[in-house]
Design a protein around this ligand. Structure first.
Ligand SMILES: *Cc1c(COP(=O)(O)O)cnc(C)c1O
Length: 399
């Protein structure tokens, strides 16, 4: 089908929340390359926003999914589910948490975490509960998670907020000391802010938040929807900070494209929920859990080391490029295969991304005029070099 026809259908029948999308519809993927309906191909440095971590040609993954489709896709949570129970165990063993709940998305995983914190605070007699989150943070689009999203333009149309959030600038310990009080039931943060512009928090700040949560009996919720599942070279990005959250959420790469989100909690936090406090029709169905179990098997120590290594190569190349484009690049940030390149103000990041798209490269954009790179873990140095050349050209070709 030609792109103009797809576009017309979309504009007529799909709710207009995505605006003008990139002018392509993909029909096939090979390795980390996507092919559109018009016969063009693209190197994918965004992997469906950090979802397709294994790229498009992991044959073992595809076979396991196909075999599960043939056996059974879904039975609901009225019944025990072997795949779900096994994935819950695999995740707890991997992360050292005690309990899991599965939903279908990042927002749902965070919604579960916020419900836990709210219920716990109410059980403790708090009548005027508040939450704390960070400016530039992003936690999803449900009413509770968007209330905790740092960007005012996302929150404002849906005020009054479903939950009361106080917002801090990242690394502002004094602000945190003032914001977190005896009515705070939870603090939600990303250790590397993704949508906000790929900003890693300092370990010092995350440690201070941990201490304040302990002092005020608030739950520390770390949103690893984007940073988790090995993206940064550790299974969880919080490992870099030496802090363990009470509740950690996962989603994006957990199912390698099959929708699934997970809320992981310590026993003390998880035991807040009793029968009927939460639920999901689809959450953790057979197909999604088979996908998650495959991902956990793949993400062994060796794989994490590979991600660290190729991530360092990528970051070094971005630094080098930034060095020869002082007038265009403000900063390079990130860890592992979650990298950002902030452009100077006279450049429009959306235009640069569109230009790269025309050159056959898919990259993301994030807050603070930042190009965002979330390639699949199979990315090689050759592909990184190709992107760097295209970037050099898009930024005015001085390297
Ligand atoms: C993508 C993202 C979400 C939302 O995930 P959905 O699956 O779109 O609901 C939440 N938190 C973070 C950090 C994310 O990157």
């Amino acid at each position: 089908m030609i792109i103009d026809f797809i576009k017309d259908l979309d504009h007529q029948y799909y709710m207009g929340v995505f605006g003008e999308r990139y002018p392509a519809a993909f029909e096939r993927g090979v390795g980390m390359r996507l092919y559109d309906t018009m016969g063009n191909s693209y190197l994918d440095f965004l992997s469906g926003i950090g979802v397709n971590a294994l790229g498009y040609s992991d044959e073992m993954f595809k076979n396991e999914i196909k075999e599960q489709v043939d056996r059974l896709i879904h039975t609901s949570n009225l019944f025990y589910n072997e795949q779900q129970a096994q994935l819950a165990q695999d995740l707890c063993v991997k992360t050292n948490y005690d309990k899991v709940f599965f939903g279908n998305s990042g927002a749902e995983a965070n919604e579960c975490a916020l419900k836990l914190a709210l219920k716990r605070a109410k059980d403790n007699g708090i009548t005027n509960p508040n939450f704390v989150a960070l400016e530039h943070g992003f936690h999803g689009r449900t009413l509770a998670t968007l209330a905790g999203t740092g960007k005012l333009s996302i929150r404002e149309p849906f005020e009054p907020p479903a939950l009361q959030f106080r917002f801090l600038e990242h690394d502002d310990v004094k602000g945190a000391e003032a914001a977190i009080d005896e009515n705070t039931c939870g603090v939600m943060l990303e250790v590397i802010q993704g949508e906000g512009g790929v900003f890693p928090l300092s370990a010092m700040f995350v440690k201070a938040i941990r201490r304040l949560c302990d002092e005020h009996d608030a739950l520390l919720i770390i949103d690893e929807v984007q940073t988790g599942m090995g993206r940064t070279g550790r299974f969880l990005a919080q490992e870099f900070t030496g802090v363990k959250a009470d509740v950690t959420t996962l989603a994006k790469a957990l199912g390698n494209g099959i929708p699934i989100g997970a809320c992981l909690a310590t026993l003390a936090a998880a035991d807040t929920f009793s029968v009927g406090d939460h639920g999901s029709t689809f959450g953790g169905n057979h197909l999604a859990c088979v996908a998650g179990r495959y991902m956990l098997r793949v993400l062994d120590e060796k794989k994490l080391e590979d991600i660290t290594e190729i991530g360092e190569t990528f970051k070094y190349e971005l630094f080098k490029l930034a060095g020869s484009h002082h007038d265009e690049v403000a900063e390079v940030r990130g860890l592992g295969l979650m990298l950002g390149m902030q452009l100077r103000e006279h450049l429009d990041v959306k235009k640069v991304a569109a230009q790269l798209f025309d050159l056959g490269y898919i990259v993301g954009t994030a807050g603070c005029n930042t190009l965002r790179f979330l390639p699949p873990y199979i990315v090689t140095e050759t592909e990184i070099q190709q992107l760097i050349s295209a970037l050099d050209y898009a930024l005015g070709g001085k390297a």
